[in-house]
Design a protein around this ligand. Structure first.
Ligand SMILES: Cc1ncc(COP(=O)(O)O)c(C=O)c1O
Length: 440
């Protein structure tokens, strides 16, 4: 089998390919291709495989439940597993007495609910989101997004996008902390006064750490300042935890680092341990909005709910949040050591096991090293390390391993990364190899 056969039958709109990896089996944090070659996985299938691949607890939970209820619609029947998962999710968030849960299949369709429900239920027709954000690919969720991959599409109206606190490349050309978090003041002083009066804004919706926009970790006070601004103005605060939730950042939810109590939390990707399921945990008045207004026939399937319950239990039993924090510290330390001898690394940033390495041609001018980033990603794959790149300029190597990774896996990955980087900067890579793998 060759990857070209795939290009003959699977549409290009489905692609963000970086190299021709044809997977055979995955286990823990390792992937084997069809030729038997093994790779360390620094991607986790885009932050899905938090509990590792082939996790027996999850497989058993799915198989047992699927054999009992292979087809099921939560829209019209009840099921113990779906109720149990909703109760479990509520037990993990603040102010749960005022919240309920709805289910979806993916990050995209659950975030679509934010786009659809909030303006209707609150009778406020504006939503504020962030430039660089990625919330999905359905009409509503891409309308919320500010990611360059979707920039050419025509989004729906009512969404106002503002700068995210990308301190390495501040959109206002200011320096932290002297900026006094100008990006929040900008919302209050310009956005509320012009295109989105505070009384018309239903929700401010954002990623706690902006992932596909470049793995951007906001400064400490940012969320708190923005959250308080919302609370002063009766605006809901919503966080998209689809990528960073489920222990990736070292806490179960990314927002927990910032002492805030979001009104809406969307989760997906790792939630089912690989099984497609997503959810929104949010305030009752909105999620109880009358009518069959945001549902999907097989969302909240008991097999997916069983997988998710098992995933949450596995994360808790095995303290994967602690491991993410510990392994993330080791990874960032290792990357910073590599950066000491490699000027091409402009910035290393992250929290737990979501880490970005921003590549630049020059540390002063910060000219993005986008081509080099594509080559590095490909070279890593050739040497046995699977990862991806993201960012406004496609120049940020993203590292999001399964949270079950250990010291051996981190060190092995770092060694490969170091070697691959050396090969790129010393010109030992044939650039034409990446031509057919445009990434994004
Ligand atoms: C933060 C965030 N939200 C939503 C999505 C969309 O999720 P899905 O691809 O499952 O639709 C993604 C996907 O990368 C994401 O990173």
């Amino acid at each position: 089998m060759t990857w070209r056969r795939s290009s003959e039958v699977i549409g290009g709109v489905f692609d963000i390919k970086f190299y021709p990896l044809i997977v055979d089996r995955c286990e823990g944090y390792r992937i084997r291709d069809i030729d038997g070659k093994e790779y360390i996985d620094f991607n986790a299938s885009w932050a899905v495989a938090n509990v590792g691949y082939g996790n027996k607890k999850i497989i058993d939970a799915v198989c047992e439940q699927f054999s009992k209820t292979s087809s099921f619609s939560l829209t019209s029947y009840y099921h113990e597993k779906s109720i149990k998962l909703a109760e479990l999710l509520l037990s993990l968030v603040p102010e749960s007495e005022n919240k309920k849960v709805i289910f979806g299949h993916s990050g995209s369709d659950i975030n679509d609910g934010i786009f659809k429900l909030l303006p209707y239920a609150t009778k406020k027709n504006k939503i504020i989101t962030f430039l660089g954000s990625y919330h999905g690919q359905t009409y509503g969720s891409f309308s919320l997004s500010g990611h360059k991959a979707e920039g050419w599409l025509n989004p729906a109206g009512g969404v106002v996008k503002v700068p995210y606190p990308y301190c390495y490349r501040c959109p206002f050309s200011l320096e932290y902390p002297e900026c006094k978090i100008h990006c929040v003041r900008f919302i209050e002083e310009y956005i509320f006064e012009t295109v989105a009066p505070a009384e018309d804004v239903s929700i401010v919706f954002l990623e706690p750490i902006q992932s596909d926009g470049g793995d951007i970790v906001p400064p400490e006070e940012f969320h708190d300042r923005l959250y308080k601004l919302c609370k002063r103005n009766g605006i809901y605060y919503g966080v998209d935890e689809v990528k960073v939730g489920f222990a990736r950042t070292g806490k179960f939810f990314g927002f927990e680092h910032y002492g805030i109590k979001p009104d809406f939390i969307t989760v997906g990707k790792p939630m089912g341990g690989g099984f497609p399921i997503s959810a929104c945990i949010g305030v009752r008045e909105v999620l109880d909005y009358p009518g069959a207004f945001h549902l999907s026939t097989i969302a909240g399937h008991p097999a997916g709910c069983s997988a998710s319950i098992a995933t949450i239990e596995y994360i808790k039993e095995n303290k994967l949040d602690r491991n993410a924090e510990k392994m993330g510290d080791r990874l960032i330390k290792g990357l910073k050591e590599i950066a000491e001898n490699r000027d091409i690394i402009g910035d290393v940033r992250g929290k737990g096991l979501i880490v970005g390495v921003e590549l630049v041609r020059d540390r002063e001018s910060k000219e993005p090293a986008s081509k080099e980033c594509a080559m590095l990603t490909y070279r890593c794959w050739e040497l046995g390390l699977v990862l991806a790149y993201v960012g406004l300029y496609s120049n940020v190597v993203e590292i999001t391993p399964p949270l079950v990774i250990d010291e051996e896996g981190i060190d092995e990955g770092l060694n490969i990364f170091d070697q691959a980087l050396k090969d790129i900067v010393e010109g030992r890579f044939d650039e034409s190899k990446v031509k057919e793998f445009a990434g994004w």
